[in-house]
Design a protein around this ligand. Sequence first.
Ligand code: PLP
Length: 380
Amino acid sequence: MIYLDNAATTRTAPEVVEAMLPYFTEYYGNAGSIYGLGSASKKAVIQAKQTIARSLGAEPNEIYFTAGGTESDNWALKAVFETYQDKGKHIITSRIEHHAVLHTCEYLERQGAEVTYLDVDEDGIVDIEQLRRAIRPDTILVSIMYANNEIGTLQPIREIGEIAEEHGVLFHTDAVQAYGQLPIDVAGCHIDMLSASGHKLNGPKGVGFLYMSKKARLRSFVHGGQQERGRRAGTENVPGIVGLDAAVKRALQKMEEKTYKVTRLRDYLISRIEQEIPQVKLNGHRSMRLPGNVNFSFAKAEGESMLIMLDMKGICASSGSACTTGSIDPSHVLLAIGLSPELARGSLRMTLSEDNTMEEVDIVVEELAEIVGKIRNMCI
Ligand SMILES: *Cc1c(COP(=O)(O)O)cnc(C)c1O
């Protein structure tokens, strides 16, 4: 099997699983209990907050554990809307956000929010001038993703943060794809809230965090006990949090080496496809993109057919994002960068990890060339 769907999820690293195991069977105490067993769990939670805070240039008490990226996005948006109603109800986001942000914005619109969806250029970069013009006295939040999950484009986060800061507007970024892949400095980029998820960086599924600066001071999201300073109640997922801690440490330690290796694989895959398969279009920015992201549109070839035929050859990829698979609507991201619905439907996303090899890329290009040829012949 050749796994090229690391933007959908990653393999939990063996050292992460190993770090987690004792917290199921040995140190199973409730982090809120006062006896020794509970304090082992509590210590692990505090330790994980320190690791994550250090990775962002934040403070441990600005990190809140959640069940993943979706919950973190929901929390940031809904809580800002609730908390800042007296200032206004205007939110600015982009057309290419993950559904965890877009569908939350739609929900908030039904609650009375006014949402401006910024356009992006043909590479998927948000229109900065449009952002400046969109900010109003009643704007309470700018939410722009760090890196796009479909086309890999990185946003000018520092510039966006500076603009938000200048206008006294909170800035949230969905960094689920970027965290653990790229260095992130929340203070330098004026980020007030940041979402991340364990399973996108070789950690376990069902755990993530929301960074919330002291300045943001959002309301609680889940009501109940006093966990997470009363803002997100519920017994802590200690094994998951320990796994996230281990995954973050691992990602930081390997970042440089991994970026180098994965970027080389990416650029090799891109250049071979462009040279060997006619009528293709690379989606996303050529250099301002995630190290492991490759996204192409193939004229006169349909994404779902390519996926099924690749699967028969043992190759796992994606068309659009995992969340849009199964629906026939072309991806909102590809439409936003100006693709026709036909070209958007003919897209294929291949997301690499450091476990992939040049030999695998060679196999993928050969199989893909054959598959695209077959599909195009069937169409005629
Ligand atoms: C995967 C992903 C999410 C959702 O994260 P979960 O932990 O799966 O809930 C949100 N935003 C982006 C950009 C993602 O890639």
